[in-house]
Design a binder for this molecule. Sequence first.
Ligand code: WTA
Length: 653
Amino acid sequence: MTDAQPHIDALLQEERVFPPPSSFAEGAVVSDPAIYERAAEDPEAFWAEQAGRLEWNRPWDAVMEWRPPFVKWFVGGTLNASVNCLDRHVAAGGGDKVAYHWEGEPGDTRTITYRELLEEVCRLANGLRSLGVRKGDRVNIYLGMVPELPIAMLACARIGAPHSVVFGGFSADSLRDRINDAEAKVLITADGAWRRGQVVPLKANADEAVAECPSIEHVITLRRCENEHAFTPGRDVWYHDLVADQSTECVPAEMDAEDILYLLYTSGTTGKPKGITHTTGGYLTQVAATHRMIFDIKDDDVFWCAADCGWVTGHSYIVYGPLTNHTTGVMYEGAPDWPDKDRWWSIVETYRATILYTAPTAIRAFMRWGTEFPGKHDLSSIRLLGSVGEPINPEAWVWYWKVIGGERAPVVDTWWQTETGAILITPLPGITDLKPGSATVPFPGIQADIVDEQGDSVPLGGGGYLVLTRPWPAISRTIWGDTDRYVETYLSKFGPEVYVAGDGAKRDGDGYFWLLGRIDDVMNVAGHRLSTFEIESALVDDEKVAEAAVVSRPDDLVGEAIVAFVTLKSGYEGDDAMAADLREHVATKIGKIARPHGIIFTADLPKTRSGKIMRRLLRDVAHGRELGDVTTLANAEVVEQIREMSESAPAEE
Ligand code: WTA
């Protein structure tokens, strides 16, 4: 590759365009495209207008104070996040509205109104105060998807104690490292959580972790599964005992806009997990604004973000965004295939969910299981669909739109990161023409660009590094305890004013952004920089393929040879003829340059617990290397199977 070439050769052409249905556009929350120009002309005024929708104790003195690489938003303003999520809606007469329709995996249900949620939050907040938790102290939360998870987050927010939620699927070691990094004083957990009919022993894991966590003074345990576990007198407290006699009123802490609302650890591909911090004022402003405009939130919507609160998606779009907007949400505790593969669709039907927000990995699983499962249920309540977490393959996008959305619901593909706090690149469903596989354009007030290795903007049509060239209110302010690492990771490659997301992307002739995956996943084949994602999408485009992951291995001839790991839909056989067929399919879709050299058929692909494919491990397999760290893997056993398969793989070209 020479320097004059764009950084990534973007070859996959997707031509389909879906304009907003007129019925949708007419009543949309945002229906005037002028919002983009207005926000671009004066981004600070745009964000101030959004912040003005919140309830502040004290107004801000300055909207933004930018001293690169650092920024502050709504300087001098004070507010409380739990008041914005709860009290003000109850005070305005909205206490009887349902905050969450919750369904447990075994089939038990709870309906929680805004008033009940406020009372529960106050009781736990008082309980935390009674244990000595003060403003600024960190509280760790390690729970399944039960109502007490958002309750615990909001109780912390109420008293100004930053929470650090650790996904309930993580091990004792992961929990221990995250507690120790945050030096949390209290841990809130449960006896267990339900997953595929089994009990995940949360308290036993917590006990193992806390044995090596000197900062923890108390462990609060919620009773959920009634499973056996140890109890350490003095340190351990039952959740129900703690809240039993507490008042349902609790004076909220007045927080500075820049005070930390929470920490959330994200593992990146290498190194120890990073404690990403988010603020109170800027974060809340942007999650509320993006939630309302992107998901077109109306008063009678039933919004289901099917993520786990252990990820940023749950923080921003199950808890803080929807509650700030007084929205009714759905929460489900368990697995999508329990007791059968139609569980989600039965939930949509039961609660008449109008908006569903999920990840491509889930959509691909549903595609693989087949249309008979959604077909068993009435999904006519759905009017809008969302996707997040990975680039969505055009075939998966179209399947989602057709089978789940009945060809009437727009699909918003939303690009963002734990670090960005809120959605940055996305359609606005009432005005944006959709292209399957593209996250479309930056949200109003967001300035994004694509640059080459030198940091120069790449003209439309080309690919390179995705960067953000102006700060936004929800940007993470630092990595907990390691500001140097924060600056080095995100704000140094192209200078302190340019945020580097670490993703590759291209822009088409209309200025639409097409995300191409992590920049580390880019390959160099015969002098062309190719995105693994485009080749994967070409494979998934073949009707026989359920899922694909593409990596490279060194090759004397072409530099890097393309190796594809492919999972077929049920009923197909992965043999030499199939491999040849798929290679040809990619050559036709993208070009001969992208034709995989080797295809390895596998029953499953290694994934992180949030569902992202771990290409790093597949690269190790393709290179015949020792495997790297597998501790953050959701399905570690699959790697060994893949290694065995690859040793007896069909002939390569
Ligand atoms: C990827 C999740 C393409 C991307 C909110 C990003 C996406 C990383 C999309 C952040 C999307 C997320 N299209 N890629 N719509 N959304 N990603 O921190 O690589 O879990 O950098 O935050 O997911 O993942 P995280």
